[in-house]
Design a protein around this ligand. Sequence first.
Ligand SMILES: Cc1cc2nc3c(=O)[nH]c(=O)nc-3n(C[C@H](O)[C@H](O)[C@H](O)COP(=O)(O)OP(=O)(O)OC[C@H]3O[C@@H](n4cnc5c(N)ncnc54)[C@H](O)[C@@H]3O)c2cc1C
Length: 499
Amino acid sequence: MKNIIIIGSGIGGLVAGNLLVKKGHQVTIFEAHSMPGGYTAGFYRKGYYFESGTLSFEASASVFKAMRDIGVWEKIDFVKLSKRFVSEDFDGTPENYEDFKRMIYAGFPADKQKLDTVFSELDRTAGLMGDVNEPMPFLYSGLKMISSMLPYLLSGPKLMKLAKQYGDLTLTEFAARYFEKDSKLFKLFSGIGYPDMSAMLLEATISVMLTDLWTVKDGMQSWADILAENFRQLGGDLKLNAYVDKIITQNGTAVGASSRNTVYDADYVISAGDYKKTFLKLLDDKSLLSQELRDNIGSAAPSEGIFTVYLGLNMSNEELSKYMKVDHVFALDTKPGYDIYNSEDGDFFSKTSILLHSSSMVSPKLAPQGKSSLMLQAMVPYHWMNNWGGGDKEVYGQLKEKAMNAMIDRASRLIPRLKECIDYKDAATPLTYERYTHNTDGASSAWSWNPKKKFYKNGMSVNIETPVKNLYIGSCWAMQNGGVPGALAAAYQCAKKIK
Ligand SMILES: Cc1cc2nc3c(=O)[nH]c(=O)nc-3n(C[C@H](O)[C@H](O)[C@H](O)COP(=O)(O)OP(=O)(O)OC[C@H]3O[C@@H](n4cnc5c(N)ncnc54)[C@H](O)[C@@H]3O)c2cc1C
């Protein structure tokens, strides 16, 4: 039996903790926040429930396998989401990629020729993410892992060929090849997924968000709570309000951590949170990493942060459903001048597309009776407006209000009575996310998705090993593009590593 410290109780830390405690190890999870969950969490205000970070996840086969392995599958009510796309030119809830194509063709008949070319390029990359009904190979060991890797190995030559063509091409560059920068179609094709992700991922992203998008009926917090409770029942120790301020090493090996002025010994330490802070802040002996690696970690780009508006509404779910039609809506804005790379555009939020999600439409008990809840999300330029006011609290408040109102204006086009029904409103900026999850710049999904800014050479690899012996990465930061799948893959690799 090994004594293991896990720093962080996001989905990565909770899954690693459960798997390791099931193997008979003594595991302590330290969580800085008062609740477990990290980005898969939520909170109540005035009786309304809101998701703190992620509203949904994909890769359900992997998520469900993990929950079955841990033994909590029966306790969680996963709900499949439909995604509606709305703009001035189209309005539909496509069921799959082919449906999506039909919707776009119908919306832009004059652009048929260009769309033919774009979709024929995208069609070539179809199926690259593997079978969505199969869990990721990283969640298996031994022969099963090898056999589940076979389809990927077999498509290797095709993958290499396509990678040469599209691998390093960002979505923004891809869209700019066919459409004018300020055109509606440019905004559409560069605005799905991460703006600077590889064009090779676009078809898969569209397919997956239409066929494999899930949430948790009782909210993400209930999921985290079930995992936390299971971990405790199996004998694990989850310490909340327990920020780890130091990872302690001896002779190049991790031997413990300190939190709240107490030192805890361990045979292994798993950092299930931010990668940069693990090495540049928490590690007691920075010389265990070469200066070059420290510089690389410091300068590597994280993924973009997100701005979220939380609204409690004096509006029934029935009325909200009339406008929303489904729980999850992507509203494409077509105003010119949108530039995710321009941190100095004070009007950014009046040009951005937004995602609308209603938890109370998923489950009415997540809002007071007769009322409803709504969240609005948009990706934000890095360090918008001198990183939200350059540390000036008053300016921060003004910028937050301005962004929030612009997003509400945008949502009002879809929900005409929205403004008059607001009973509660607040917002989270990337700084809020950093404060609550410690993710650098509020990075929403580990490292940058830009293929030209890779931290790991292989964007698909799971990298739990570190230069420090017995210190592993158990969070989404172990994979270039992170996300829930990245966190799961890291958790399984950590659990496999520690015998
Ligand atoms: C708005 C939004 C939308 C998203 N949408 C999707 C999506 O559709 N699909 C998808 O797959 N992913 C999505 N993601 C990303 C996904 O939610 C995350 O990648 C994933 O949940 C990260 O899990 P994690 O366990 O690696 O880390 P986190 O969830 O970041 O958890 C880390 C935890 O560690 C704790 N911690 C950090 N440092 C310390 C310390 N020193 N001491 C103690 N505790 C510490 C933090 O408080 C936190 O609880 C989204 C994220 C956001 C923000």
